[in-house]
Design a protein around this ligand. Sequence first.
Ligand code: SAH
Ligand code: SF4
Ligand code: F3S
Length: 437
Amino acid sequence: MTKTFQIKSFGCQMNVYDGERMAELLSAEGMTPAAAGAEADVVVLNTCHIREKAAEKAYSEVGRLTREDGSKPVIALAGCVAQAEGEEARRRSKAIDLVVGPQAYHRLPAMLREVESGARPVDTDLPSLDKFAALPRRRRAGVSAFLSVQEGCDKFCTYCVVPYTRGAEVSRPMADLLEEAAQLVEGGTRELTLLGQNVNAWEDGSADFASLIHRIADLEGLERIRYTTSHPINMGEALIEAHRDCAKLMPYLHLPVQAGSDRILKAMNRHHTAEDYLRVLDKVRAARPDIAISGDFIVGFPGETEEDFAATLGIVRQVGYASAFTFKYSARPGTPAATMDGQVPEAVKDERLQRLQALVAEQSRAFNASKVGETTRILIDRVGRKPGQMIGKSPWLQSVFVETEAGIGDMVEVRLTGALPNSLSGELVTKEQQQAA
Ligand code: SAH
Ligand code: SF4
Ligand code: F3S
């Protein structure tokens, strides 16, 4: 009998990518994805450890998988909680059959066989890169696909678990990436998002991240390139110039700053000041004036005063974000910040988060509204809910609703006609209109 599987990914895009690769791996073993709503024989929980809530979710998912009669699927705990807790996870929940870290998941099929013969294996080795060589060829991955080019982090921000869950910074070789990118494009992918915890720190010998972008841009049939997440200290000149010179590189930059106060940035071990960050953005905007800027912010880091928080609001006002992710500081076991003095009360964090979110929401609305009246190309990636309606992405990563006969994967020219809180509406620009213009 063929076994069915389900993979549930939580957390960042790197986990989404890993989830796709695990699915390919299990399919190559003759297993099949469980039908929507059906119970799978094997469930892989691809977990996130970044904040306490995310980590707790892993265990509540394990609990939910145990049926009333006590039976349950084979449960594989994968991802960053698996890496952070290892043996401990297996002790915490008897229902977990195997524990596999993000650098060891190529061993998943072998570990499932060990489970069949009664073992409960744990593999949280961090050899990295090995796994890529052991994975099968890429299958069709959708018009917009992720490609992990770099993993791990050596920055050690004092609040963050990633250096411990993903290990040291490593870059995949250029040749492997060009091959995987070509396979994806051959399978119909039109847009590639290059992923890494510090994607712009990617390097291969003398080749830097900008040269990787240029090489990938040479792939015929690929329309668009994006990348995430970048660190401000790795925003080199060549990468900034790529935003001016590479037509396929989309005008969108996710560049987290976390906080606006230099005192807090220092305590976070960010290696940059607020001024450094603003200087980088000035250069990026000089290279690509229409670029959409996005960021991440943490409120309530230990020792954050009202004045520090005001500096965060200040930097947001100065930058003018197209979008931003905002988080309440969450103390993570084993990180330096967890034991710092001046932990901020939950109520204060809540209140600051609300103020920050209100400002960010106002900026996103203003950014979307500023595009109304412009004509641009969108990449159709979904079917809309209304008959004849399709949804595509603008260069600035906004969802655009449009009536068109074009299909998924097509690029169409639209005039943006209206701004909604989280998306835009557009009208197809016909050939005649294009000629008249
Ligand atoms: N490598 C990326 C992303 C790291 S995780 C980067 O450096 O930007 C994504 C975001 O989660 C971070 O940018 C940060 O804003 C947030 N984050 C990380 N650790 C956190 C913690 N302990 N509490 C709250 N937010 C956190
Ligand atoms: Fe975490 Fe900082 Fe590394 Fe980003 S740069 S993954 S926030 S330690
Ligand atoms: Fe979470 Fe791990 Fe990504 S902790 S944010 S899944 S790198």
